[in-house]
Design a protein around this ligand. Structure first.
Ligand SMILES: [Zn+2]
Length: 353
């Protein structure tokens, strides 16, 4: 009898604990549905790069700042406002070409920046706009309103709410494969060997961003020859979910050794109407294993009627410049959706992990 009484008490106790667990899981669900997502805005800077990440912790990372002048800085500031930001915590400059670093001075005139991250000194001295863009950026750093980090391959950047791992910087790479990667890369054989790029493109500060189960790859304008160094003979990256198409979709990047091997589900291309979206690159993406959708910031004039992605996946069609953006909203379970701001069209992608 004593044993039965004890059991009854135990069962009652368990019931209370179960109720408490249920209550806390309701709370967790509520938190998830109100703001546990990562938001990424692909700002239209007309064939440059500017990609704004906002974590559930409220931290923000902007990868590149578009070109000099008001247009791109205004668009980035508008995206920041849309995301509810009064400051951008981190601005990562992939390299010092004008379509990436050029927007720094007008941007800091509009919104404070906590920390700039880059690959170290400029390495390209014979291009006037690059030298000037770097000099203007140095002036902003010297003003002392922001901190500065020089990133190296293998570093994990101190951004809360997502894991940002440096893959490439200043022409160097992670020495070893990422966890779970490192398999022989069968696509090296179908990628032609190209001469080494001597510009800042090859120095691009590239990152893999992991949010929950979702992986996003951004290698800036990293060139074909460098992709081959990174991806051959073994695939050091493994699979990713989202490929931010390198170099605006120009055929100087996106070798099969990279694009076919990473098995991305979605590719997002920050091309302009007249820059990027090269036909061979669009064709590589069209046949990339595992790729469900290519999204483009612009209709590519090079791509013409036959090689562009379907219109519903293009933020800016031919015609007047309206600066529509693409938005990605990702949940920690690996599911995500992509929104075309031109139409509100949304495509949902269920988790596969
Ligand atoms: Zn570029």
């Amino acid at each position: 009898m004593k044993f039965i009484k004890l059991s009854a008490r135990l069962i009652a106790g368990l019931f209370v604990v179960m109720n408490m667990l249920c209550a806390s899981s309701v709370l967790l669900t509520a938190q998830t549905s109100t703001g546990a997502n990562l938001k990424v805005y692909f700002v239209d800077v007309e064939g440059g790069q500017s990609t704004l990440f906002v974590t559930p912790a409220g931290q923000s990372l902007l990868i590149d700042t578009g070109t000099p002048g008001n247009r791109d800085a205004d668009r980035i500031a508008a995206a920041a406002k849309l995301a509810g930001l009064s400051k951008i915590d981190y601005v990562l400059i992939t390299h010092y070409h004008a379509d990436h670093v050029g927007g720094v001075p007008p941007l800091v005139a509009r919104i404070p920046v906590g920390t700039f991250i880059d690959h170290g000194p400029n390495r390209e001295f014979d291009d006037k706009s690059t030298v000037q863009g770097y000099a203007e950026y140095q002036k902003v750093l010297a003003a002392g309103n922001s901190k500065h980090i020089v990133a190296r391959p293998g570093d994990v950047l101190p951004i809360l709410g997502m894991n940002v791992k440096v893959i490439s910087a200043d022409g160097n790479f992670i020495p070893n494969a990422l966890p779970g990667a490192g398999q022989p890369n069968q696509y090296c054989a179908s990628s032609e060997v190209r001469a080494a790029d001597q510009t800042e493109n090859a120095r691009s500060l590239g990152t893999e961003i992991t949010f929950g189960k979702l992986k996003i790859l951004d290698l800036g304008d990293l060139t074909w020859d460098k992709e081959m160094q990174l991806m051959c003979p073994v695939n050091k990256i493994g699979n990713v979910d989202i490929y931010i198409v390198s170099h605006h979709g120009l055929f100087q990047s996106s070798s099969p050794a990279l694009v076919d091997a990473i098995h991305a589900r979605v590719a997002i291309m920050d091309n302009g109407a007249k820059k990027g979206g090269s036909v061979p690159t669009l064709q590589t993406l069209a046949t990339a294993p595992g790729l469900e959708t290519l999204w483009q910031l612009h209709f590519s004039e090079d791509g013409g009627m036959h090689n562009n992605t379907p219109e519903k996946y293009i933020a800016n069609l031919q015609g007047p410049d309206t600066g529509n953006y693409i938005e990605l909203v990702a949940a920690p379970d690996g599911s995500f959706e992509v929104v075309n701001s031109r139409t509100g069209f949304t495509q949902k992608y269920a988790t596969t992990r």
